[in-house]
Design a binder for this molecule. Sequence first.
Ligand code: ADP
Ligand code: MG
Length: 229
Amino acid sequence: MLTVTDLSKAYRTAEVETQALDAISLEIAAGEFVALMGPSGCGKSTLLNVLGCLDRPDGGSYRLMGEDVAALSEPKLAQVRRAHLGFVFQSFNLVRELTVAENVEVALLYRRSGRASRKARIGEVLEQVGLSHRANHRPQQLSGGQQQRVAFARALVSDPKVIFADEPTGNLDSASGAAVMDLLKQASAGGTTIVMVTHSPSHAAEAQRIVQMLDGRIVGEAAPEEAAP
Ligand code: ADP
Ligand code: MG
């Protein structure tokens, strides 16, 4: 599904240069559920943003679904994102002024599907995340867990091949976090490839692979132990 080789990225400010990604090589197969772990500042978000075509590396190669995405122009990258990728962030990133249904619809607006079929699809994903009854609410009228489920519905609505989730449970209480993990596992069971950054060992253990980062590098990999029944 995605292959990166020798990826590097540095951030330069007046005083310091930070090597955020240092010779990262990683291959993720279609349908895999991968957790990315490591201490704060080790480059997890930078890697996720590069993999999600939200940011570009300084060096190295990146092939996504057989395509050399490092070579694509910004509009082409945006096309790839909208057509194939879904995103869930720690801070939900919903639009305050829009209703729940409208927030989800944003991810479909570029499609040439008619309004009726869009509405039907939005209804489906809101049902899937258990928020049909909140379709006309605004984000700030919802709990954090509910807002993250809206963000999840927005990520799912275009039927992405890959979902990138950056600490999706980081701002949630444990029950809401578990609900978001259930949605990720459902998407995974449906064949969606998932790359999730997390600080939670128990959430990482729900993935199929755990990739460990330190100081911009991948330092190890583990298969989570069989979850207890
Ligand atoms: P993580 O998600 O693992 O906490 P990040 O990928 O956000 O780490 O950051 C990796 C390193 O790059 C950190 O040292 C961070 O301070 C630095 N960094 C991230 N974004 C920027 C930026 N826009 N400008 C300068 N430095 C940055
Ligand atoms: Mg981060």
